[in-house]
Design a protein around this ligand. Structure first.
Ligand code: DAK
Length: 260
C-alpha cells in the first residue's frame, strides 16, 4: 500500500488536515484529491468544530500534479479531472465547519485554488501565491477564475491570472487574499487554532447557518442573498442556542451552548 498523502488529526475542537507529499511539494494528483475528500468527510463526522488545512514540508501545494496532467490528453479526461477537483473543493467551501487554509509556502495553481476554496486564509512570511496556468498554456480549472475574482475583485484577479505572477504574503495581505501574515508556520498554526477555539465556543448551529448564508447568498443578486440570510436567520432565531445566548446576555453570564 502506498503512503497516505493526507493526514487528518484532531486535538480538542481543532482538526488539522495536512497534505503530505513533500517530495512533490504536495502537488495534487488524483489520489491526493480523493484522500482530501475523505478527510473532509472525517471532519464532518468528527467532534472537531473546525479545521486547519496546511501543507507538509516547505510548500502548501505547488499545484495540480503536472506529471499526471501531462498524460491527460483529451478534453473529456481533462474535464473529468477538473470535475473531480471541483467537487472536492466544493465540499470544502460548503463545509458546515470552518476550514482555515494555512499557507506555509508555495500555493500555486491548484494549490492557490485549494486555499481559495477554504473559508479564509492565513499565510506565513514564506508564502508565495499565484495562478501560473496561462504560462503552461492552461487556465485555472479548479475554480480559480471564479473564486479569486469574487474575493479580490475582477481587476486584480485578471492581472494575476493573465500575468501568472507569484505574489508574496505581504502583497496577498494587501489585496485581501489572506487575512493575516505570521513570521513562521508554527505561529500561524497556533493563531489558526486559537481562532478555531474562539469560533468553537460559540453556538455551533449559528456558526453553521452563518457559513451557509455566506456560501449560498453570495452567488446571486443582493436581493437573493438577503432572502437566503433572512431564511437562515429565522432558523437561527428558533434554536435553543439563540434562546440561551440572549438569556445569558441578559443575566450577565457566559452562554452555555448545546449546539441545538
Ligand atoms: N507537479 C508535479 N511535481 C511537482 C510540482 C507539480 N505541480 N511542483 C513541484 N514538483 C516536484 C518537482 O518536479 C520536484 O520533483 P523531482 O524533480 O525532485 O522528482 C520536486 O517537486 C521539488 O520541486 P523543485 O525541485 O522544482 O523545487 P524548487 O524549490 O526548486 O521549486 C517551485 C519550487 C514551486 C517553484 C517549482 O517546483 C515549480 O515551479 N513547480 C511547478 C509550479 C506550477 O507551475 N504548478 C502548476 C500550476 S498549474 C486542470 C486542473 C487544474 C489545473 C490544471 C488543469 N484540469 C482539470 C485539466 C491546475 C494547474 C496548476 O496547478
Amino acid at each position: 500500500m502506498s503512503e497516505p498523502r493526507v493526514r487528518f488529526e484532531v486535538e480538542g475542537l481543532v482538526a488539522t488536515i495536512t497534505i503530505d507529499r513533500p517530495q512533490a511539494l504536495n502537488a495534487l494528483d488524483p489520489a491526493t484529491i480523493s484522500e482530501l475528500s475523505a478527510a473532509m468527510d472525517q471532519l464532518e463526522a468528527s467532534s472537531a468544530t473546525g479545521a486547519i488545512l496546511t501543507g507538509g514540508g516547505k510548500a502548501f501545494v505547488a499545484g495540480a500534479d503536472l506529471k499526471v496532467l501531462s498524460d491527460v490528453q483529451t478534453a473529456d479526461r481533462a474535464r473529468g479531472y477538473a470535475r473531480q477537483g471541483q467537487a472536492v473543493f466544493g465540499k470544502i467551501s460548503a463545509s458546515s465547519k470552518p476550514v482555515i487554509a494555512c499557507v506555509n509556502g508555495y500555493a500555486l495553481g491548484g494549490g492557490l485554488e485549494l486555499a481559495l476554496a477554504c473559508h479564509f486564509r492565513y499565510a506565513s512570511e514564506r508564502a508565495k501565491l499565484g495562478l501560473p496556468e496561462v504560462t503552461l498554456g492552461l487556465i485555472p480549472g479548479y475554480g480559480g477564475t471564479q473564486r479569486l475574482s469574487r474575493l479580490v475583485g475582477r481587476g486584480i484577479a485578471t492581472e494575476l491570472i493573465l500575468t501568472g505572477e507569484r505574489i508574496n504574503a505581504a502583497e496577498a495581505l494587501r489585496i485581501g487574499l489572506v487575512n493575516q501574515v505570521f513570521a513562521d508556520k508554527d505561529a500561524m498554526l497556533a493563531a489558526a487554532a486559537a481562532t478555531l477555539q474562539t469560533i468553537g465556543a460559540h453556538g455551533q448551529v449559528a456558526v453553521k447557518l452563518a457559513l451557509e448564508a455566506l456560501e449560498r447568498g453570495l452567488d446571486g443578486s443582493l436581493e437573493h442573498g438577503l432572502e437566503v440570510e433572512a431564511d437562515l436567520f429565522g432558523i437561527a432565531c428558533s434554536t435553543k442556542d439563540a434562546a440561551e445566548g440572549i438569556q445569558a446576555f441578559i443575566e450577565k453570564r457566559p452562554a452555555e451552548f448545546q449546539g441545538k
